[in-house]
Design a protein around this ligand. Structure first.
Ligand code: GDP
Length: 332
């Protein structure tokens, strides 16, 4: 057995025995850009059970300060109370720019992280090939392999992360501020249309404002596309401090994952896996091609000619690709 296979075997055993260290280690490996780490990561993924659609994958998005962390902690506590095992992951597009976590070493969700039935990934993923999404998708599989039946993915920071998160979860929760009643324009239409439940946060501060926001958002939804044919998006006022509204949030989640909706969830996951394959293939192919020195220098030269206006870029790329030989071997 190779070293990678041996290490992977011990990580898998750790995952199955409920070791958090093994889970953290496997998550670091899939985020690593080192070739040796990636070999182990792939060996771990190879040993993971085939996909199960029995888990709950929930995305949570909203502007910074809306109360996502506080909400997820409260939700996680309530879900563990009813017997679910909850893992919380984060997608952080801004970390790509800074090269590290914007949250630093702050302990995230301190109360939830103390529960044995919960696992909080301490820091969001760093820059990886093809963005944060591919490694987060693998992270979901690893958490499921470790026995977590509920995976909550939080968007941290600002950017395009909502789209990435929507591509990897079953149910998408949008958190809105209680003053969004005055400014629905502030919420992007596409995000509202992909939300399965909208939560108006901090309802304890000003009940009247929260109810105004609920009415305005509910009204706006009437003019938008529903995310699914068999689902109506509800707008729920909630407070993560007093737990008000969480009974409605939990019943909305339970209803979404009811046995009657399993087939619909599985069909959606099949689509997501196809898109996942496409995005990883595109990113990896590009990376591999452009890391070949000969292709790189020919590309640089061709690009220079385009910049000087000597050749049209479409023609230049067409010629360049004509010079690249691609072959494939028989299935490994
Ligand atoms: P995030 O940036 O979206 O993750 O927001 P946080 O969860 O960090 O919350 C931002 C601020 O809002 C913090 O000071 C929280 O204590 C506060 N907050 C979050 N939820 C509630 C709530 O339900 N009620 C009140 N009054 N404050 C809240």
């Amino acid at each position: 057995m190779s070293v990678a296979a041996e290490t992977a075997e011990s990580i898998i055993m750790g995952l199955h025995s409920g070791s958090r260290r093994a889970l953290s280690r496997s998550l670091s490996l899939i985020e690593s850009t080192l070739e040796a780490d990636r070999d182990v990561a792939f060996a771990v993924l190879e040993r993971c059970a085939s996909a199960s659609s029995m888990t709950w994958r929930i995305g949570c998005t909203g502007p910074p300060g809306v109360g996502k962390s506080t909400f997820i902690e409260q939700l996680g506590m309530q879900l563990t109370d009813i017997g679910r095992r909850v893992a919380v992951l984060a997608v952080d597009p801004s970390s790509r720019r800074t090269g590290g976590s914007i949250l630093g070493d702050k302990v995230r969700m301190p109360r939830l992280s103390q529960r044995p039935q919960a696992y909080i990934r301490p820091t969001p993923s760093k820059a990886v090939l093809g963005g944060a999404a591919p490694s987060t998708r693998d992270a979901v599989l690893l958490c499921e392999e470790a026995g977590f039946d509920t995976i909550i993915i939080e968007t941290v920071g600002v950017g395009q992360s909502e789209v990435e998160v929507a591509g990897m979860v079953d149910m998408f929760l949008l958190l809105a501020l209680p003053n969004s009643g005055d400014d629905v324009q502030g919420i992007k239409r596409g995000i509202m249309e992909s939300a399965h439940t909208i939560i108006v946060t901090k309802a304890d501060i000003d009940q009247a404002a929260a109810h105004r926001a609920v009415a305005t958002l509910t009204g706006a939804l009437r003019y938008m596309h529903a995310p699914l044919d068999d689902w109506t998006t509800a707008v729920v006022p909630a407070s993560s401090l007093s737990s008000e509204g969480f009974d409605v949030v939990i019943s909305s989640i339970s209803e979404f994952f009811a046995p009657s909706r399993r087939q619909s969830i599985e069909t959606h996951r099949q689509l997501q896996r196809g898109e996942w394959f496409d995005s990883v293939l595109t990113a990896e192919l590009l990376h591999r091609l452009l890391s070949q020195p000969a292709i790189r220098s020919a590309g640089d030269l061709a690009r220079e000619q385009c910049i000087r206006g000597q050749v049209a870029p479409s023609l230049s790329v067409h010629r360049l690709l004509g010079r690249i030989q691609l072959t494939i071997t028989e299935d490994a």
